[in-house]
Design a protein around this ligand. Sequence first.
Ligand SMILES: C[S@@+](CC[C@H](N)C(=O)[O-])C[C@H]1O[C@@H](n2cnc3c(N)ncnc32)[C@H](O)[C@@H]1O
Length: 704
Amino acid sequence: MDARLATAVQCMQAGRLTEAERLCRAILAAAPNDAPATHLLGFVAYKAGRPRDAIDLIGKAIALDETNADCHFNMGLALLAAGRPAEAATHFARATALKPAYAAGVENLVSLIMARANEAMAQGQIEAAIAGFGQAAALKPDFAEAHGNLGVALMAQGRPVEAAAAYRQAIAIKPTMVPVYRNLGRCLVVQGDVLGAIELARRALEIEPTDDIKIFFVRSVRSLPSPAAAARELAAFRPLLARALAEGWGKPSDLAQLAAELVKPQPARDDALLLAHLTTTPVGDLALERWLTDERRRLLMDGDGTDETLTFACALAQQCFINEYVFAEDEDETRRVAELRDVVAAGRAAGALQIATLAAYVPLHRLPNARALLDRDWPEPVRAVLAQQVQEPREEADDRARIPALTAVADPVSRAVRDQYEEMPYPRWVRLPLADAPLPIDQHMRARFPHAPLRPVGRAGGADILVAGCGTGRHPIESARRYAGAHVLAVDLSLGSLAYARRKTRELALANVAYAQADLLELGGIERRFDVIECAGVLHHLADPWAGWRILLSLLRPNGLMFIGLYSRRARAAVRRARDFIAERGLGPSAADIRRFRQELIARDKADPLKPVTRMADFCTTSNCRDLLFHVQEHQVEIAEIKAFLAANRLTFIGFELDPAVEQNYRRRFPRDAAMVDLDGWDAFEADNPLTFANMYQFWVQKP
Ligand SMILES: C[S@@+](CC[C@H](N)C(=O)[O-])C[C@H]1O[C@@H](n2cnc3c(N)ncnc32)[C@H](O)[C@@H]1O
């Protein structure tokens, strides 16, 4: 080697780039076609951060000596630095072909690039992450993880079409990468291809039935815009749906509509999907309700049957308990039920089918000798009915005495509301969905609202959470499972609801939820403060919702987050009509009046202005129907009022909880509102789509 070239190499290695460059130029002045000096000058340019010069010079060196592996490798580095990874890959491949030892060099390089891209992603530098994963994928086209991570980064940037392409590539390379199926499925949901997402979930479940995929399957089903329209194509999914319901992969109510659509064309007593539906969630389909009502009557009147009949009768009894005996009943049935009740109450030996049939008309715990039923031997389906209708209510009755009172309940409206929920705790839920792995609150919120103006709550050790108006516990239990290390205090007016919640919490062996009876209007006097306060479906039942909200705000720490659910005036137009009708008719909130009212609406013509309420999820059980239409106290609000409240209390709006498809529609209409926090935009969106918030305005705000 030319001595000057050797010195130039030493200078370059020591970082003295100007000196190295001067020496190379001196060599080239005398011999312009000196390949090693040209190469070195190019490499120095690369080191100096001038990749374009490097590409020119190293390219020239390669033209002079195409078989130099080092030149090709360094050319690859320069091309990478210039953002041309595909060409870089060609040169790395050539370098490796000429000198196999370079394979390890390329491998290390890819690892380094991946590590940097992952780091960029973790810090929210999505552009840099996309560049990095793209480079890694170009350098190593069969590297499935690089394609998969590229998809995640593209999705985070709101580019679902490209993300889907990256995910498909990852799956093509490595068909066993189950999480990528879920990610691809999410892209498809956002693009409106829900059936495609459900099919992906099915394929992934065949490879490895992870909890993540089970959860994703249910969420995809929930995203179906019209389960009725999709039923034919999803007929093959019956067994999966039955498993999802029976094993509790997701909220049973998310699967109910599709299950009903699949069952009702040919309902059969031994249909596993029907049985799973009956035992887990109220039937919301009116045609199926009609069939079940008739079947129940037949069971009562016929009075005998096979084992199959017993299994069905027990499932039906569980359904009737869950829906609080909302089905219609005629006078013959009432008479026959009274006779049957006398038989059982008198302690005369009643058969399994008689017990099951009776339990489909009245809750067994109301019978005078209900406990004695627990002492007898029963087939398994009857045992399940007795657990539901005798054992569990008994535990709840014991629990009531153990629930501490945190405040008095003095306000007249609070007392009336308490009495309503004492009579009919809401909601009567059966099974909780599988939970995502818990995350610290800040991480969870950042993932949920990637573009929102969030500040860290900063409770690494676990947030203190208050659930105000916790009802029967589904809400606080979900919060306790969602946030790592959370400590939850859940309060409600109704001891019946709290007892139900307490029993469910015990069943799930959750130790981080404490319950107390309290009126949120009185909570201003307690000393505890919270990082998160959740209050969904409660404030609109106060005399003054805004006053209640202000009291809760006083309990929130700085930077604390609040989740609120309030009725939308626009979405509840049909409910207002129904409430007027109920008032005109002088109907009361008794179970009998609710049943009568429902039957009258069900019988009405499709075009009747009251008909839309029959399609609301809460129409299908007695307590839900009471909550929906017969409430003692109800306010409905508008987005403008929420906006004014946030401004007056200096609260930052973080975002609505909505289905991804709705979010996507909003994004299309308001592409400039990337964080989706413009309440005027949402107001305009709701004006065009009045049922957007049929399930309440549910949103997060943050305190300054
Ligand atoms: C419609 S339920 C909602 C329950 C629960 N948040 C959920 O989403 O499942 C309303 C609950 O709020 C409770 N509630 C209403 N007013 C309240 C008040 N002033 N203080 C505490 N709880 C109240 C009721 O007792 C009832 O259980």
